[in-house]
Design a protein around this ligand. Structure first.
Ligand code: SAM
Length: 225
């Protein structure tokens, strides 16, 4: 794609992949993706009335699962840069006033002027250089209320070298170089530097995927980031 922001990233999907993203995920996971994502959303501990910001929300599939938990007073706002994803998201949630979408890049600083109970980043953050991931964490922090939850669903921490050969082959085929770096980092330490604490985590897919939940510390804790 000629106008990619990050040449090496596989997270900026081509329009064709964006259109068929949900189907592709189900195919490459041998039909296990739906069950996995359903369980991960259940594990997010979403409560009635929650206001949720979904960074890089994709087709709205995750929002469709999350909205089962927010009750009539909850809200979900999805942000994505892809017009193809925007169309799918809006079609999926048409007529549901609790769910909205803004076409917005999440790799640059921005402030929507709203504060949320939860910020979800699902299979987005791994696909960028580290300084861009850090900007995404800052964006998440900006949009969270004190005590709000940052929910990252993504690859967990593991060593590419120590993966069984056939898993390594699949991972290297589907993923980009940024992901190879993402999996080697200590994300709890990184998030601590940004003022997040109280971590909890759940693992899926032989522990290759992780739901990492952390809490935005109250303003008295100043990390300077
Ligand atoms: C791998 S998909 C994940 C979609 C969704 N979060 C999910 O879990 O199904 C990555 C998404 O991030 C979006 N994206 C990539 N770069 C972005 C950016 N800089 N700003 C906003 N969205 C971005 C893509 O358009 C795509 O919808």
């Amino acid at each position: 794609m000629g106008n990619k922001l990050y040449a090496e990233s596989k997270i900026e999907l081509t329009p064709v992949i964006a259109r068929h993203y949900d189907l592709i995920m189900n195919s490459i996971s041998f039909g296990k993706y739906d069950r996995f994502i359903g369980q991960a959303v259940k594990d997010m501990d979403i409560r009635p009335g929650d206001r949720i910001l979904d960074l890089g929300c994709g087709s709205g599939k995750n929002a469709a699962l999350m909205k089962e938990y927010i009750g009539k007073d909850g809200r979900i706002l999805g942000l994505d840069l892809s017009p193809v994803m925007e169309r799918q998201f809006l079609a999926k949630h048409k007529g549901d006033e609790r769910i909205s979408f803004i076409r917005q890049r999440v790799d640059i600083p921005f402030d929507l002027g709203q504060r949320f109970d939860k910020v979800v980043i699902s299979f987005v953050i791994h696909g960028f250089p580290q300084e861009v991931r850090e900007q995404m964490i800052r964006n998440a922090k900006t949009h969270l209320k004190p005590g709000g939850k940052l929910i990252i669903l993504d690859w967990s921490e593991f060593s590419l070298e120590q993966m069984p050969g056939h898993h390594r082959l699949i991972f290297k085929t589907v993923e980009c170089v940024y992901a190879f770096d993402f999996i080697e980092r200590d994300w709890k330490s990184i998030l601590k530097q940004f003022g997040f604490d109280a971590f909890s985590e759940k693992f899926y897919f032989r522990e290759y995927a992780r739901l990492l939940i952390s809490t935005k510390a109250h303003p008295s804790v100043n990390t300077g980031r």
